[in-house]
Design a protein around this ligand. Sequence first.
Ligand code: GLP
Length: 241
Amino acid sequence: MKLIVEKDYEEMSKKAAGILVEEIKNNPSITLGLATGSTPVGMYKEIIKRYKKEELDFSNVKSVNLDEYVGLDGSSPSSYRYFMNENLFDHINIDKANTHVPDGKADDLEVSTKKYDKLIDDIGGVDIQILGIGTNGHIAFNEPAGELSVGTSVVDLTENTISDNARFFDTMDEVPKTAITMGIGSILKAKKIILLASGENKKEIIKRLLESDTVSTELPASFLLLHPDVTVIVDEAAYKG
Ligand code: GLP
């Protein structure tokens, strides 16, 4: 695992955006694995800035997102589809038909999870995957548990994650308790992975991750230790506190 420590959130975002932009320039038909949450917002802003300034072309770029809340569709401002449109897709020349987010309102959620893994395989897999990390060590919505799913699955969110996510909803009752998430195996299939973390509340989990020399389903992010090309980009607050 390669570690890059940047001064602050802005520098962390610029660093990550710079890596993505280079990858897109080198491969205009790239498949990006994208993440939601507060952490990647600055990176998306920077990508949009560079798209407007430079000749970046997303017309052949494809994307797959990590996860979505069960029960929400793209019209809900709290859905991850809505988040992606607002924070990135509406500002670049990506073809929305090439952007994929799990369907939180699928009639048959189990079938939709299988379809999502097939879709990722059919488009040739993810070239570069962006990840955030939950304060409990989850990646995407793979929560600490006795077992972790290999492929995309429907998961119950932990109390910790429900309370972390409450800030995106008006009331506690509205915070979804279940989600569809790419599995650890689906994530590890990406050719390259970048994990971002910012702020003091991530310091403890980043320390645990960086000090791990075993993998544990109780620390889902530890499975990244099995991948040959992971870069962790953090700001000083998430590293030194
Ligand atoms: C959610 C998302 C994760 C994200 C995590 C951290 O649980 N499913 O993909 O990494 O939040 O979010 P934040 O970046 O807001 O701390």
